[in-house]
Design a protein around this ligand. Structure first.
Ligand code: NAI
Length: 295
């Protein structure tokens, strides 16, 4: 039987801070495919995330399809805005939610991953734009650059720092959104620019990391999904309803569907795929004019 088999692979999913996000669904799918999974979590969320994992009511959520329990080999504190500790402003370094976290920057994460034996598969599942609710016409320089820094450059930095730790044949996957290609009016603050950069960078990184190390770099572009981050952006239910009216397949996407796609792209079955954007959006992105026929 042809199966996604990640047995013996070490995976890292960056951007898992609760059970509702796409990153959690991805981590679960990678574990179900047999990988050992570590996550990297934004420092302010670590405590709550660990409490959630320890709650008896989380057991069902943590049960894998073979009945085993999802457990993470490590939960690394990680702030994607910073590459080195000496570049972190003192007020963040000394903040109560950061000061006991060790080196939470990209280079600190890479050092911790190396000390734990390295990594084979990396998934970047994070984004943030402080001015996301503002139209681009009203976005400040700081807001725009902040969105691109956390949501796009962080992926470049992860490939730079973790690529050398991987055995040849490693895989990087990151998560984009259609707003990087087409106009989605409420996705502002430079976030659409960040997703466009993320996708373009993935193609260039696929070339450079492919030639340098033999690694692959791919992008998943999911349809609208009700995560905590999506709720913060605004009218996520409206977006899901619009996608339902417009897409070839009307059901909302699930984290499991994104997760199994990430597992496939990370697996040897996808050894011929790199520099690609895979849409997990029920076909929404294929439509030019939707919602006019009932089919
Ligand atoms: P989420 O809230 O579960 O994930 C975003 C994660 O990014 C959170 O864990 C948050 O703590 C983390 N994060 C934010 N700033 C950070 C920083 N400076 N350092 C480290 N981590 C940081 O939300 P969701 O929606 O699951 O997002 C995951 C990825 O999927 C993102 O790249 C998002 O843009 C993408 N995506 C989401 C869609 C949706 O409708 N929810 C649609 C298409 C793409």
């Amino acid at each position: 039987m042809l199966a996604i088999d990640l047995t013996g692979k070490r995976a890292l999913v960056a951007g898992v801070g609760d059970e509702r996000g796409l990153g959690f669904g991805i981590a679960k799918a990678l574990a179900e495919a047999g990988a050992t999974v570590a996550v990297a979590t934004w420092p302010p969320l670590i405590k709550m995330f660990k409490l959630m994992l320890a709650r008896p009511s989380s057991e069902a959520l943590l049960t894998l399809r073979d009945g085993k329990r999802l457990g993470f080999s490590a939960i690394y504190p990680f702030d994607a805005e910073f590459d080195r500790l000496d570049a972190v402003p003192a007020e963040i370094r000394e903040h109560r939610r950061y000061k006991d976290m060790g080196d939470f920057t990209v280079s600190g994460l890479a050092a911790a991953v190396a000390a734990d034996g390295g990594v084979d598969l990396v998934v970047h599942s994070l984004a943030n734009g402080a001015e996301v609710t503002k139209p681009l016409l009203e976005t400040s320089r700081a807001g725009y650059l902040g969105a691109v820094s956390v949501s796009a450059y962080s992926n470049v930095s992860l490939v730079q720092h973790l690529g050398p730790l991987m055995r040849p044949g490693g895989s990087f996957v990151c998560l984009s959104y259609l707003a990087g290609q087409r106009v989605v009016p409420q996705y502002g603050g430079g976030m659409s620019s960040a997703k466009a950069a993320l996708e373009s960078d993935a193609r260039v990184l696929a070339y450079e990391a492919g030639r340098k190390w033999g690694h692959r770099v791919n992008v998943i572009s999911p349809g609208p999904y009700r995560s905590r981050a999506a709720e913060a952006i605004g009218p996520i239910d409206q977006m899901i309803a619009y996608a339902a009216r417009t897409s070839p397949l009307p059901e909302a996407i699930t984290a499991e569907e994104v997760g199994v796609t990430a597992a496939f792209l990370s697996s040897p079955l996808a050894s011929g795929i790199t520099g690609t954007v895979v849409y997990v959006d029920k076909g929404y992105s294929a439509m030019g004019l939707g919602g006019t026929t009932s089919g």
